[in-house]
Write a protein that binds this ligand. Structure first.
Ligand code: ADP
Length: 614
């Protein structure tokens, strides 16, 4: 497509170039023809002037020979050609006449061609005695009654126009009267820098010229025949005849042109305007340089071309602008369409996404609903499970002592019936012991019904530890357990409740004693340190630690690994809840060097606030 349009564009451009070239050529052809026409007109005017001046000059003299031939002194001389008196008289007469007429020379030739008398008889190059029978003006006059000739004087070596008229005396043609006029003046009147005004003879040799360099030069090749014809009349005496290097041709419009080498003073091409003058047997030519006309034609075409070019350029610019505008509009429209299409696409995509989202939201809502339902079901189930677990544990914990108590009671009844009071009493003591255990369980259970919102206050750790030690002192002694207490500077205070903190410490210490009482290493370490805004209390024993599998469950209620009757499985879960209520954490790990390590983290409280609280 692109290539096709490029080829088409090239073809159009080529066509335009051909058309422009053709039109330019045509325009140049026409304008040059017009310029040549004008030049030709100018040449015609010049030619007319030159011709009329020549014609006038010749007309002045053409009848005079005839008149002079009729003069008595001339006629007398013809009758007695050797009479020296008559010759002298004629000479004098002719000299006066020449002066009067402004002619170059006036002379009389006898019928044999010899000059009998002349106006220049007393000059160095006098014609007297000269025979000019070879001159056409002589023999034409002798034969036809009139002779005319232009030539370079053989004696005077001056160019002139000769008028000859026969001298008829007593019915006989006895001689010829000749007037020679000077042509230099005519030439001088034609002075011009650019034009050449010429007069050529029938052999196309230049005889008169407003510029002397072409005088006695011929147009065209000088063949021997041409030279022989010229030699016959000795028109140019002994002057050498040259050739002009210019060649003549006629152009398409019929203009005669001369083309040659040109020089500083000469044009390389001349337009020739010529006119025959049959009465003088010559041709008057005006040569006009064509350069200015050609330049004018070329300039006109160039201006025309430039103007056309400017117009074409303006047209091209306008066209280009409009095209660019159209392209821009098309691009904008395309972009707009594309945008609209994309917006539509995006909108539909968004609609789809929206719908998908709505579906998803609906689905999620349904799922959430389902989840909530499941969750509440799970909670319910969890509650029930916990309740069931607790009920099972409680029934287990209570049924056993109840069953045992019932047995002991029935036994006691029988023993009392039988009067065995001492044994009955022992049974009753056991019943009391079991009731005590159940009382203990129910007391612990009460702690579950704690009041989490109970007010927290600063508690001096050292006091709580001392109280716990006091409570468990008898057990430590009994089991031979050593407890080392390290509370740092001893002034640590925590946020909580004094009694409940004591309870936590008692629980943990009881467990630790349980863990080491049958163990060779019976050391316990209680340590407390302030870490940032928390107080960290660790209790480490050197017992067996907690098995990996049960670590996650030790804080569950009723979880116990101790033999039945010894452990309730409530100590850690109660402690966990108490510490949690204090805003702290209770955790456990097995110490890398053996034994369990319980850590209580509690918020630190300032000593001053204790005093304030008390
Ligand atoms: P009880 O002491 O009545 O069993 P607890 O809730 O106090 O109930 O303890 C739960 C269980 O945690 C214990 O049965 C015991 O297995 C484990 N335990 C607690 N303290 C220690 C300890 N210092 N060393 C080893 N095991 C421990």
């Amino acid at each position: 497509m692109q290539r096709l349009s490029t080829t088409r564009l090239s073809a159009v451009l080529l066509l335009c170039l051909v058309v422009v070239a053709g039109l330019s050529w045509l325009a140049h052809y026409q304008t040059r023809a017009k310029a040549f026409h004008d030049l030709h007109d100018r040449g015609q005017n010049t030619l007319s002037l030159a011709e009329s001046s020549l014609r006038g000059q010749l007309a002045r003299f053409e009848r005079l020979p005839k008149l002079l031939a009729d003069q008595r002194v001339i006629r007398s001389l013809m009758l007695s050609p050797s009479n020296s008196d008559l010759i002298l008289a004629a000479n004098m007469y002719l000299r006066d006449t020449a002066e009067l007429l402004g002619a170059s020379d006036v002379y009389v030739m006898y019928r044999d061609g010899v000059t009998l008398a002349a106006s220049n008889f007393d000059q160095p190059h006098s014609f007297v005695g000269g025979n000019f029978a070879f001159r056409p003006y002589f023999f034409d006059a002798m034969r036809h009654g009139e002779g005319r000739f232009y030539a370079l004087g053989t004696t005077s070596n001056k160019r002139g126009y000769y008028f000859g008229a026969p001298i008829d005396v007593a019915g006989q043609r006895r001689g010829v009267m000749v007037i020679k006029i000077d042509v230099d003046e005519i030439e001088q009147a034609w002075a011009s820098d650019d034009l050449r005004i010429l007069v050529t003879d029938p052999e196309n040799i230049i005889f008169l010229s407003n510029r002397p360099d072409w005088l006695f030069h011929a147009f065209g090749e000088l063949t021997p025949e041409r030279l022989a014809r010229t030699e016959e009349t000795r028109r140019y005496a002994n002057a050498p005849i040259g050739e002009i290097e210019y060649r003549a041709r006629t152009d398409r419009h019929g203009f005669r042109l001369l083309t040659g080498p040109g020089s500083e003073t000469d044009a390389s091409e001349y337009l020739v305007v010529a006119r025959e003058m049959p009465q003088a047997d010559w041709e008057v030519q005006v040569l006009l340089p064509t350069r200015a006309a050609r330049v004018q034609a070329a300039a006109t075409v160039a201006i025309g071309l430039s103007l056309s070019g400017i117009v074409a350029l303006l047209g091209l610019i306008v066209w280009q602008r409009r095209r660019q505008l159209a392209i821009r509009l098309a691009i904008e429209q395309a972009a707009k369409d594309d945008l609209e299409r994309r917006v539509a696409l995006r909108t539909s995509e968004l609609r789809d996404v929206n719908m998908a989202l709505e579906d998803e939201v609906t689905e999620r809502r349904a799922t959430e609903e389902q989840l909530r339902k499941t969750q509440s079901e799970l909670v319910q189930a969890g509650k029930l499970a916990a309740l069931g677990q607790m009920s099972a544990a409680l029934s287990h914990e209570f049924n056993q002592p109840l069953g045992a108590a019932r047995n002991y009671a029935e036994n006691a009844q029988l023993l009392l019936d039988r009067g065995r009071n001492v044994e009955a009493r022992s049974n009753i003591d056991r019943i009391v012991g079991m009731i005590d255990r159940m009382t203990r369980i129910s007391r612990h259970l009460r702690n579950f019904a704690r009041k989490p919102n109970q007010q927290l206050r600063p508690v001096a750790l050292a006091e709580a530890v001392a109280a716990a030690q006091e409570l468990l002192g008898w057990r430590l002694t009994k089991c031979g357990v050593t407890l080392t207490v390290d509370l740092g500077d001893g002034a640590l205070c925590v946020t909580g409740g004094a009694v409940r903190l004591q309870q936590v410490l008692v629980n943990l210490l009881s467990n630790a004693i349980d863990a080491v009482e049958d163990w060779p290493d019976k050391r316990l370490h209680l340590r407390a340190r302030l870490c940032g805004d928390m107080v960290q209390i660790t209790l480490r024993d050197h017992g067996a630690g907690v098995a990996e599998g049960v670590q996650a469950r030790i804080f569950d209620p009723f979880f116990s690994t101790k033999e039945v009757g010894k452990g309730l499985g409530l100590g850690l879960s109660i402690s966990y809840n108490i510490v949690h209520d204090f805003g702290g954490r209770l955790s456990m790990r097995n110490h890398p060097e053996g034994g369990a390590e319980f850590t209580i983290e509690l918020r630190a409280a300032a000593q001053a606030s204790i005093e304030a609280a008390q």
